[in-house]
Design a protein around this ligand. Structure first.
Ligand SMILES: [Mg+2]
Length: 370
């Protein structure tokens, strides 16, 4: 196989997977969550090799797919698929007037992940080995429960079920102390830790009060307590109340993290590989955070190549961060058991590149647009 080849085509495929998250479907950007949608990115080189990526999905899919199909995809056609660093600079510079965060960067993230898949396939090595990791077959995961509208019974029931299935770390998407206490009670028998993610629900004064109220509840971290997410100094004020603060899924690239860390805003950085520009930008963020003494826990509430890429990145790090896995049951998934947990652990694929291509029959069954 040649060392590299030019990019011949970029295709986007949306699959929609029926799912059950253990309660009434929450609303996300105005749409109820009854299906999990994944925006798959297929990059083919002129010698016929195929790499797979994933651009951030959920409610952003129509906008991100349009950005990918009409602007970002055409920009990479004819470029050398192995020239990843130069492509990152060139493509992100070409679209920077369209936003340093959002659909255009999400679209490029999907392509970039596919380029690393191609590189690993050419080298015959799994991605985590290309990134400097040694053989590792499994990683600890945490269960990321969706929102149950602060209903304590639903929070307790799903926390207990997640602990029962082997998770020892549970993240809630609720906004009340009652919900936290319900989860703590349900997790007590297994000694599991609780994290709370409020998705930027509070003003700074409310967040400070809530941090005071939650101070004795032994939260492992409080995630994105402040609106808007780029209010570094507001976050820093909440962090002064003593609970470890996590954030970063909604900031733009390395320099977004630089702003958070220079403001003293976070204890735990949460870069997201399908949003931030792909694997190369993740690696730059992780190196920077570690140099600043900040822990990294990747954001990965998705179930396609972006999730698999997150496994490889985590497997290559000495610190072995917990992997975020959304707590829901899918009817099926083209990536099968690679995106599910057993006893609170996820397996790391050992094949070249990402190590698992999607099952074409399942892609055909769940495809809703191409
Ligand atoms: Mg979050």
């Amino acid at each position: 196989m040649p060392d590299s080849a030019k990019i011949k085509s970029v295709e986007s495929i949306v699959v929609s997977l029926p799912c059950d998250m253990g309660g009434p479907p929450p609303s996300f950007a105005g749409k109820p969550w009854t299906h999990l949608e994944i925006l798959l990115v297929k990059v083919t080189t002129e010698d016929g090799l195929v790499g797979w990526g994933e651009a951030f999905g959920h409610a952003s899919i129509p906008a991100t797919k349009a950005a990918l199909d009409t602007i970002v995809g055409p920009l990479v056609i004819g470029r050398d698929a192995g020239d990843i660093n130069a492509l990152n600079r060139s493509i992100l510079h070409s679209v920077h007037l369209l936003g340093r965060n959002g659909p255009f960067v999400f679209a490029y993230s999907g392509i970039e992940i596919a380029l690393w898949d191609l590189l690993g396939k050419r080298c015959g090595k799994p991605l985590y080995q290309l990134l400097g990791g040694s053989k590792l077959t499994a990683l600890d995961a945490y269960a990321s429960l969706l929102s149950y509208g602060n209903v304590p019974e639903l929070v307790a029931r799903n926390t207990a079920a997640a602990c029962e299935s082997g998770y020892r770390y549970i993240k809630l998407h609720e906004t009340t102390r009652e919900a936290v206490l319900a989860a703590k009670q349900a997790a007590r028998a297994s000694n599991s830790r609780i994290m709370l993610d409020v998705n930027c629900a509070w003003s700074v004064p409310v967040a400070r009060d809530m941090a005071d109220a939650l101070a004795g509840d032994d939260l492992m971290w409080l995630e994105e307590p402040v609106w808007p997410p780029e209010d570094c100094h507001g976050l820093a004020q909440v962090r002064e109340r003593g609970i470890p603060i996590s954030a970063g899924e909604n900031v733009a690239g390395l320099f977004g993290f630089k702003s958070l860390i220079e403001a003293g805003a976070i204890d735990v950085a949460q870069p997201s590989v399908t949003k931030i520009g792909g694997i190369g930008e993740m690696l730059r963020v992780i190196d920077y955070c570690h140099a600043q003494g900040v822990e990294v826990a990747p954001h990965s509430p998705y179930f396609g190549p972006g999730f698999i890429a997150t496994l490889h990145i985590a497997a290559a790090l000495v610190e072995r961060p917990l992997v975020e896995v959304l707590w829901l049951e899918m009817e099926g998934n083209p990536f099968g058991s690679w995106v599910t947990t057993t006893n609170g652990k996820v397996r790391v694929p050992q094949g070249p590149g990402l190590g698992c291509d999607p099952d074409p029959d399942l892609v055909a069954r769940y495809e809703v647009s191409r």
